[in-house]
Design a protein around this ligand. Structure first.
Ligand code: PMP
Length: 755
């Protein structure tokens, strides 16, 4: 029954009995001192070396409540070991909690480390301290992700979502305060459906100042969060909203207190707009709830009035201050502060026109009916009208749009530190170290850049410095970037203009699709070197995109790179693998495109998926080449290799590993290719490695019509190849077989339409 526990006083445990329990269950001998508590009986136990807290559950609580708290502490610390929450001590039997029988009731017992510090007195915390609180609560909630316990769904009086059940206690509230509380109850009732739609989790539930300690030396740093007795399964945002509500108590500007806590929380554990919008309501609800519970309890326990009514004046005042503004205005301020304010949405026509005028004509838009986007999640792009489009095109969001682990890493590191690479920042070197573990042993030096183009540009600069030559060989219809040098290496964009004298090409689609591709490239490379020579140039590098995306998408033909690399090296050139498209598991478990042919390049360039949308790239090479380059050139790029990029890049690798995305690319890619091949039969050639798939059709007009038709049916794909007759499919790697089925179905139906 809701309220039972608050009506049952803490267990009647004397100091002597508590000492006996500590000895018997934990082998702990020490001086005991009772601590304050509304519900559980707690003692501080001081031994010679340390202090601990012994907690004995309330007789009206199932012993499992104490167990739930203990397991939650262990769960959270396993995920975030430096979280400032109590460490659990197991019983002599090695169990997380103990039990005792007292007066016919079975009570749970728990022993944890004692957390010292200054309690967070309401109204006395600085903005920095409140932000530190918000960030720590976010870490706690993030660390509790996935924690469940059967008792976290128990009815709990302090569960904010149950506020409407307290309406019966309204008569206990002093008459002069009643109308404000009643109004809050009404407002809450109206919003219950919105609350039901929010993401849920197991939350601390009672982040009041008595449960929060600041560091003795640094009064703006959180040293401890204690008392997990009100843990409950509830909308996640209740936790920061409750913490923020108490910070509003006695505060000159209660709305500013909300902003401090919520923004800092959001930076670590991103909130949705729907969650942030409800913070003012939830904070006010906590004030009302506190007034209702204390007014009712003091009637039952008048002897304990001072303790019970400790917060009542502050709650009432904060409730008044928080509700004197229009809640929509407060919510909008919070959204803006969190960077979540809905963009001013232009009409489609205005958006198109403004873009045309301000972004210039060299930037084309995809699709006859351009996609007017609002947001994205996972494999979905969401337009301003709320339509969800299946993203089978974008390979930058490799681990899915807006992956929470990536956005949390990004926000967290941006808040902590971002700077250039001329300082010692461990995360950056550790990330580089992690990256090279994924590459062949020889490639062990990383130079960070900001894009694929910059990576290729620097790679060419290195090859030229090391070889003393200028020439570069690429495939016929390659794309390698947009800088002056890499644009010259991108015939796809040259629109028939002649190549520079230092550029020569080898065959594209025809060679790559031939059974004897390796033999052909041998002949073609000789021809390319000869053409360079006739221009007075010698080769510095051969540069191949490992999925040959703009040539029409091909698996590396067997022996192709082996042959080309051997010849290039014999001619004194370096071998550069452009992994901007192919890298990071896109091609399957081999992880890198070049690995398909068992070669080791001299230089690998990375970009696109590396930061899942955060602009970052890298050039990875051997220590010898890096040293030769350093003899001739300094290298530095202001934003490249920032701590934020390192944090994001690491999070991307975490997700690729933990969600086994390279394996997924392999299996879902094979499924998609086989499904397309089976359904399309003679009408198309389906090819490509992993989740980088090309569907070659007879003509560009057919491919164009299909891409447009699929867009109209809510599936986004693109086109490539010298003839623009190859449908390009390269979705985020979190693509599932169901998503693949939708692509197969939509593509097949589009092809079958009469035209
Ligand atoms: N190399 C390849 C193979 C690419 O496909 C691209 C981009 N499409 C680039 C380099 C250039 O990357 P960015 O646009 O990040 O500069």
């Amino acid at each position: 029954m809701l309220g039972d526990v608050l009506e049952t006083p803490p267990a009647d445990v004397t100091i002597a009995l508590a000492g006996d329990i500590a000895r018997r269950l934990y082998g702990l001998d020490g001086a005991l001192m009772p601590l304050d508590g509304e519900r559980d009986r707690t003692f501080r136990v001081d031994t010679e070396h340390e202090s601990r807290v012994l907690k004995i559950g309330n007789p009206a609580d199932a012993p499992g409540i104490v167990e739930m708290q203990a397991l939650a502490l262990e769960h959270a610390l396993a995920s975030d070991p430096t979280l400032p929450i109590p460490r659990l001590h197991h019983t002599l039997d090695g169990l997380p909690t103990g039990e005792i029988d007292l007066d016919g009731a079975r009570l749970g017992v728990q022993l944890v480390s004692f957390m010292s510090g200054k309690p967070a007195t309401a109204g006395e915390t600085s903005p920095t301290a409140r932000r530190s609180l918000g960030a720590t609560v976010a870490r706690l909630d993030r660390a509790l992700t996935g924690f469940t316990h059967p008792l976290s769904d128990r009815p709990l009086l302090w569960d904010i979502v149950r506020l409407p059940e307290l309406r019966s206690k309204l008569t206990a509230v002093p008459a002069e305060r009643r109308s404000l509380v009643a109004r809050e109850l009404d407002r809450f009732d109206e919003n219950v459906p919105r609350l039901r739609r929010l993401r849920r989790g197991t939350i601390h539930g009672d982040l009041n100042p008595a449960n929060i300690f600041f560091d003795d030396e640094d009064s703006e740093r959180i040293a401890g969060i204690v008392d997990f007795g009100d843990m409950v399964h509830a909308p996640l945002v209740c936790d920061p909203a409750i913490a923020a509500a108490y910070q509003a108590f006695g505060c000159d500007d209660p709305v500013a207190a909300l902003v401090d806590v919520i923004c800092a929380y959001h930076a670590v554990c991103p909130l949705d707009p729907a969650e942030v919008e409800l913070v003012p309501l939830l904070a006010a609800a906590r004030c009302a709830q506190s007034l209702l519970i204390s007014s009712w309890r003091v009637e039952i326990h008048p002897e304990n009035a001072a303790y019970i009514l400790g917060d009542a004046d502050d709650s009432f005042e904060a409730l008044g201050r928080l509700t004197e503004h229009d809640p929509a205005v407060v919510a909008r301020g919070l959204l803006r502060a969190c960077g979540l304010e809905r963009r001013i949405s232009l009409s489609f026509g205005d958006s198109l026109e403004l873009r045309r005028r301000r972004l210039g004509p060299s930037l084309s838009l995809t699709y006859d009916e351009p996609v007017h986007l609002d947001s994205a999640e996972g494999v979905w792009l969401i337009d301003v009208n709320g339509n969800r489009l299946l993203d089978a095109y974008n390979n930058v969001p490799q681990v899915g749009h807006g992956h929470p682990r990536v956005t949390a890493a990004l926000a967290g590191q941006a808040r902590r530190l971002t700077t250039n690479t001329r300082y010692l920042v461990d995360e950056v070197a550790l990330y580089a170290d992690r990256l090279v573990q994924l590459l062949p042993r020889e490639l062990s030096v990383v130079m960070f850049v900001n894009s694929g183009s910059e990576a290729n540009d620097v790679a060419i600069q290195i090859a030229r410095a090391v070889t003393g030559n200028d020439g570069v060989v690429i495939t016929e219809h390659a794309y390698h970037g947009t800088t002056a040098v890499t644009a010259a290496l991108s015939p796809e964009e040259l629109a028939g203009r002649p190549l520079e004298r230092w550029v020569a090409t080898v065959g594209g689609a025809e060679t790559l699709g031939a059974a004897d591709a390796a033999a052909r490239v041998e002949v073609e490379l000789n021809g390319a070197f000869a053409r360079l020579a006739s221009n007075g140039e010698a080769p510095a590098a051969v540069l191949f995109d490992s999925v040959f995306a703009s040539d029409g998408i091909f698996r590396v033909p067997p022996g192709y790179l082996q042959m080309a690399y051997a010849q290039a090296r014999a001619a004194g050139a370096l071998c550069i693998a452009d992994e901007v498209q192919a890298g990071f598991g896109r091609v399957g478990t081999g992880f890198w495109g070049f690995a398909q042919d068992g070669v080791t390049p001299d230089i690998v360039t990375l970009g696109k998926p590396m930061g899942n949308g955060h602009p970052m790239g890298a050039v990875v090479t051997t220590p010898e080449i890096a040293a030769e380059f350093a003899d001739r050139w300094h290298f530095f790029s202001t934003f490249a290799g920032s701590p934020v990029a390192a944090a994001v890049g690491s999070a991307v690798l975490d997700v690729i590993e933990d969600e086994r995305l390279a394996e997924r690319s392999e299996t879902v890619g094979a499924y998609l290719r086989e499904g397309l091949a089976a359904r399309l039969g003679e009408r198309a050639t389906v090819r490509g490695p992993g989740l980088f798939i090309g569907v070659e059709l007879d003509a560009a007009v057919t491919a164009r019509a299909i891409v447009e038709q699929m867009r109209a049916n809510g599936v986004l794909v693109g086109r490539t190849g010298a003839q623009q007759n190859v449908i390009k499919i390269r979705p985020p790697l979190v693509f599932s077989k169901q998503h693949a089925d939708r692509v197969i179905e939509t593509l097949t139906r589009s092809l079958e339409l009469p035209r």
